[in-house]
Ligand binder design. Sequence first.
Ligand code: NAD
Ligand code: GLY
Length: 373
Amino acid sequence: MTASASASASASPSHVKVHIPLGPSGYDIHIGSGLLGQASSYAGLPPSAAALIVTNPTVAALYLPPLREALAAHHREVHVVELPDGEAFKDAASLNLIFDALLRHGCDRRTLLYALGGGVVGDIAGFAAATYMRGISFVQVPTTLLAQVDSSVGGKTGINHPLGKNMIGAFHQPLRVVADLATLATLAPREVTAGLAEVIKYGPIADAAFLDWIDARLSDLRAGDLAALAHAVQRSCEIKAAVVAEDERESGLRAILNFGHTFGHAIEAGLGFGAWLHGEAVGCGMVMAADLSARLGLIDPAYAARIAQIVQRAGLPVKAPALGADRYLELMRLDKKSQAGQIRFVVITEPGRAAVREAPDALVRDVIAAHCA
Ligand code: NAD
Ligand code: GLY
């Protein structure tokens, strides 16, 4: 895969657009500072009398007023529903709050739904849009680094089940993504770090030179340097656009975007959703998956060690919780990539290239033993 083959970007100093080329379902990711509160960011969307903004109290306190004002130029009625904040609430009860609001306000099939927040709000709101009246349109307005580089793009939507992460969901592409870099200034440092996990991911799987760039600019990224973050968001979106364009529904290639997620989802589910942030679990999971790649003889152990070092320097955990190897294997068998009970891992086959492989349980147990705290 050439990472930017199917993505196109047009640039001005303050506003970059990355296109997701999916034919009639294609759309643009708008990246820039201050976009959220500009009415022009939402121009050209299908006319609709009513809009519903889905958000949570944390994000609403910061960004609901400017979004509401910007949307007033496009919709006669702008309704709002606030979900409880946190991964622990990425569930059916929160989903139902959105359906309640849509029905209470008499929203029809032309209602536009806006997801204002991080990946939790985006995933639940997208799933509500995918299923309300068998599908309505929605716009992603991501306000975390993780959501701007990953979750708002590509149309994966869903909720968790107590037995497994993201187990219930649908593919449903947004009409547009409006990624306002200025919102990243209010993110807690721990959340910026969690977002960096998904940025780092794109290097080993698709663009070795991008990993070098991340390595060189890690302290700027952690410090919230706007130029560094702008490049990280744009390059991440370009890589994701190229992957999604080739394999929208994850029949093959798209699975590489789950590098580190097989171990990571087991950590999240094993500890209880919300104990570790998703990005933290993915960071540690990438260290384990890189080690597995080396133990399978696919990459030089020095490259796995380099990935681990970058993850650690990003401020992410590199020691996994001691859930026990049996519990890890049990949780990982539930992963959506598993086939006939056989766990399949995203492994690095060379710097900048990944594949999905099975691995002997004994080797996986070695990896778990080597990385558990
Ligand atoms: P999150 O949505 O929980 O947001 C993190 C925290 O930051 C929350 O407390 C939120 O209220 C707060 N917040 C959001 N924006 C803020 C801002 N600008 N300033 C201050 N606080 C702000 O977490 P996340 O890391 O954004 O997303 C994680 C979720 O994304 C997980 O559920 C994961 O499974 C999902 N995800 C989905 C995809 C996908 O393709 N759909 C990809 C990656 C991750
Ligand atoms: N975050 C994984 C995917 O979008 O496929």
